[in-house]
Design a protein around this ligand. Structure first.
Ligand code: ZN
Ligand code: ZN
Length: 626
C-alpha cells in the first residue's frame, strides 16, 4: 500500500527548484514535509541545500520560529552528517543576525565532525563577518590566525572581511597590513579599504583612494557619505551624495538615504531631507527601523516636529533609538510636556528606555523649565530602571536647576558627582550664571572649564558677558586680554538658511556677499522697522570692545540676522524662515527675531547650538528661557 503513495509524491517536480531566499516559512514547511517523505534529507548534499535555504530565508513573522533556529533544528534532527556547505550557511546566517557569536559553534562543528570536514574559504569569509558584531578585538585576530594556519588568509573575500573587522575596531594599521598583502586588490577589497579608512576618521585619505577607484559601487559611495557625516562634516557628505546622483552609476539604497538624512539633520537642510523622504517612497524602499528613525531624527532636527511625529506614528516597527529620537526632538523643540507624554506611552507600549532616552527626557524638562518633573525622571531612571547616570545626565541636572535660577542646588549637583565633573557640567553652570547674573559662581565655573580645556572659547565669551552685563568693563577687558595672551579665538558665528533647496551660509560680520548692497539695504530696512516698534539694541553684550556707535552695527551683523535678512529678501511671503546657527542665540538677536516675526509677519525657526526657537507673532516658543 505504501509504494503508490511514494510514487505519487515523487512525480511532483523536485522541491529544490522552488527554493530561493524569498520563499516564505509556510512554503518551506511544505517543502520540508516533501523532502522528509521522499527521504531526501538523508543525503547530506540535499540536507545542506535545504538547511541553507531555510537559514537564509528573509521572510518570517516575529511570532514564529526564527529561520536560523529552524535550520539548526533541521540539521540536528537529520540522520545525515551536515556538509561544510550547510554549516557555512548557518555561519553566514548568524553573521547577519543578532547572535553572531553562535556562528562560531558551527565552525567548531566543522572542525570536530566525525566526517572529517574541512573549513573552506567560505567558512572563513562568513566567520570573519561574525566578528564584526563582536565587541572584542580578540575574535577578529583569532579568526585571522586560524585562516592563516589553514591557508585561507590570502583569499580576497576573507581579506576584505578582515579589513572590515579591523576597521570596526579602529585598527587602521591592521587594515593596511592586510590590504598590503593583497597582490592585485579587486573592487571589493578596494571598497573595503576605502570604507575602513573613512571609518577610522582618515577621511581625506579615504577620499584620495575613492577618487582613484576605476568604478565605485553603492558600498564605496555610502562609505564616503557616512564618513563625512560621522565626522560632523555634513556639507561634504551632501556634496558627495550630489556627485553620486550626477554620476548615476551606483544605486541609492537604504544605507545611502540614512546617511544623507543624518547629514540633513546636522545642517538643518529640510528641503534636501524632504527630497530624500520622497525618494524613499518613490523607490519603494522598505520602511525599516533604521530608515524611519533617520527620518524622525531629520525632521525633528530641522524643526518640523509635526512631520517627525507623523513618520513616527506610521512606522511599522520602532526600537529604543526611534523612541529616543522622537523624545529628543520634542526636547529640542522645547515641548517638555509632550516629551513626558511620549515617555508615558513608551512605558506602556514601547521598548525599555536606555541612557539616551533619559538624556533626551532630562533635556526636555530642562528646556521647558520643568524642574520637579526632571528630578522625578532622574529618580525613576536610577531607581526603577536601574540605569546608572553618565556625566551627561548630571550635566542635565545642573542645567535643570541652573536655568530655573536655583544656582546653589546646581552647584551642589556638581559637588555630588561620583567622578570628576566634566566640561559639560561646568558649562551648564556657567550659562546659568550668565542668565541669572551670578558673578562668583560664574568665575569659578569659567576657571574650572579653562583648567580642563585652556582654549575653550565659549567659557571666555560667557565670562565676558557676565562682566559686560553688569557694566564691569574693566573685568570684561581683562577677559579679552587673557584670550589674546592665551591665543584663544572666538569661534566665528555662522548661520545657514535654505532657500528653494539651496543652502546659504553667512558668517558674523561678513561683508563679502555677492549681493552685499541689497543685503545692507534690507538690514537697514529691518533696523528701521524694528526701531519704529520700540526696539533698543542690547549693546552691553557686544563681545569686542568697540566704539559705542559701532556696537549696534555689530549686533545687526550677527550671522543669524544676516541670514534672516537674506531670507526676507529671497523667499516668498508667508514661507517659514529656517536658520541653523553654530553658536547660542544672543539676547539681542533673540529680541530682534521676535520683533521681526511680528513686524514682517513671518514665522522664523532658529536652531542654535542647543535648541530651537520658533518665533511667531512677536513671541518665542522658548518663552525667553534658554
Ligand atoms: Zn546675536
Ligand atoms: Zn527663544
Amino acid at each position: 500500500m505504501r509504494a503508490p503513495t511514494i510514487r505519487a509524491i515523487s512525480a511532483v517536480p523536485c522541491p529544490f527548484s522552488l527554493l530561493d531566499p524569498s520563499t516564505g516559512l509556510q512554503e518551506l514547511r511544505q517543502i520540508h514535509a516533501q523532502l522528509l517523505v521522499n527521504d531526501h534529507l538523508a543525503d547530506s548534499r540535499k540536507l545542506g541545500k535545504f538547511a541553507a535555504a531555510v537559514a537564509l530565508s528573509r521572510h518570517y513573522k516575529p511570532s514564529s520560529t526564527p529561520p536560523i533556529d529552524y535550520a539548526e533544528l533541521i540539521i540536528s534532527h537529520s540522520p545525515a552528517q551536515p556538509n561544510v556547505f550547510s554549516l557555512n550557511s548557518l555561519i553566514r546566517a548568524h553573521s547577519k543576525g543578532p547572535t553572531p557569536l553562535r556562528g562560531f559553534l558551527f565552525f567548531r562543528q566543522i572542525l570536530h565532525s566525525s566526517g572529517n570536514l574541512l573549513p573552506d574559504n567560505y567558512t572563513f569569509t562568513f566567520l570573519v563577518r561574525c566578528c564584526v558584531g563582536l565587541p572584542s578585538n580578540s575574535g577578529g585576530a583569532a579568526v585571522h590566525a586560524a585562516a592563516l594556519r589553514r591557508g585561507f588568509a590570502g583569499d580576497s573575500h576573507v581579506q576584505s572581511g578582515l579589513i572590515h573587522v579591523y576597521a570596526e575596531l579602529g585598527l587602521l594599521d591592521c587594515c593596511r597590513r592586510v590590504y598590503g598583502e593583497m597582490g592585485q586588490p579587486d573592487l571589493v577589497s578596494q571598497t573595503a579599504m576605502v570604507a575602513a579608512t573613512a571609518r577610522c576618521g582618515e577621511i581625506e585619505l579615504a577620499r584620495e583612494m575613492f577618487d582613484e577607484m576605476p568604478t565605485r559601487d553603492s558600498v564605496a559611495w555610502n562609505a564616503m557619505i557616512a564618513g563625512f557625516e560621522q565626522l560632523g562634516r555634513p556639507r561634504e557628505a551632501l556634496k558627495v551624495f550630489l556627485q553620486m546622483q550626477t554620476e548615476g552609476s551606483a544605486e541609492i539604497n537604504e544605507a545611502t538615504v540614512v546617511s544623507v538624512l543624518a547629514a540633513c539633520g546636522q545642517i538643518g537642510a529640510l528641503g534636501c531631507g524632504r527630497w530624500a523622504h520622497h525618494y524613499v517612497s518613490k523607490a519603494r524602499l522598505r520602511m525599516t527601523v533604521a530608515l524611519g528613525t533617520a527620518l524622525v531624527d531629520m525632521y525633528a532636527k530641522c524643526g518640523d516636529m509635526g512631520r517627525a511625529m507623523e513618520v513616527f506614528d506610521e512606522m511599522p516597527e520602532r526600537n529604543v533609538t526611534t523612541w529616543s529620537a522622537a523624545i529628543n526632538g520634542l526636547a529640542l523643540n522645547g515641548a517638555g510636556e509632550d516629551c513626558l507624554a511620549l515617555f508615558r506611552r513608551m512605558e506602556e507600549e514601547g521598548p525599555r528606555p536606555n541612557e539616551i532616552t533619559f538624556l533626551a527626557l532630562l533635556r526636555g524638562c530642562s528646556s521647558a523649565g520643568m524642574v520637579e518633573q526632571g528630578l522625578g525622571i532622574f529618580d525613576r531612571m536610577r531607581g526603577y530602571y536601574q540605569v546608572q547616570p553618565w556625566q551627561e545626565h548630571y550635566g542635565c541636572l545642573v542645567d535643570l536647576y541652573g536655568r530655573a535660577g536655583r544656582l546653589d542646588e546646581a552647584a551642589a549637583v556638581i559637588e555630588s558627582m561620583p567622578s570628576e565633573p566634566h566640561i559639560g557640567a561646568w558649562s551648564a553652570l556657567l550659562s546659568s550664571c550668565r542668565t541669572h547674573n551670578n558673578k562668583e559662581l560664574g568665575e569659578l565655573a569659567a576657571f574650572k572649564i579653562t583648567e580642563l580645556e585652556a582654549k575653550n572659547d565659549g567659557a571666555y565669551v560667557q565670562l565676558y558677558n557676565i562682566y559686560a552685563g553688569s557694566g564691569n568693563w574693566a573685568a570684561a577687558g581683562g577677559v579679552r586680554d587673557m584670550m589674546r595672551t592665551r591665543g584663544v579665538s572666538k569661534e566665528p558665528g555662522c548661520s545657514a538658511v535654505e532657500i528653494s533647496g539651496k543652502l546659504h551660509e553667512f558668517f558674523s560680520g561678513d561683508r563679502s556677499h555677492s549681493r552685499q548692497a541689497e543685503l545692507e539695504a534690507m538690514a537697514e530696512e529691518v533696523a528701521r522697522r524694528l526701531r519704529a516698534v520700540g526696539y533698543v539694541p542690547a549693546t552691553s553684550l557686544v563681545m569686542f570692545d568697540l566704539e559705542e556707535e559701532e556696537k549696534e552695527d555689530a549686533l545687526a551683523r550677527h550671522s543669524e540676522r544676516i541670514a534672516i535678512a537674506f531670507a526676507l529678501l529671497n523667499s516668498p511671503e508667508g514661507e517659514i524662515i529656517r536658520v541653523v546657527k553654530n553658536l547660542r542665540v544672543c539676547i539681542d538677536c533673540h529680541e530682534a527675531s521676535k520683533l521681526i516675526s511680528l513686524v514682517f509677519r513671518r514665522d522664523i525657526i532658529v536652531r542654535d547650538r542647543s535648541r530651537f526657537h520658533h518665533y511667531k507673532d512677536g513671541k518665542c516658543s522658548c518663552r525667553d528661557y534658554w
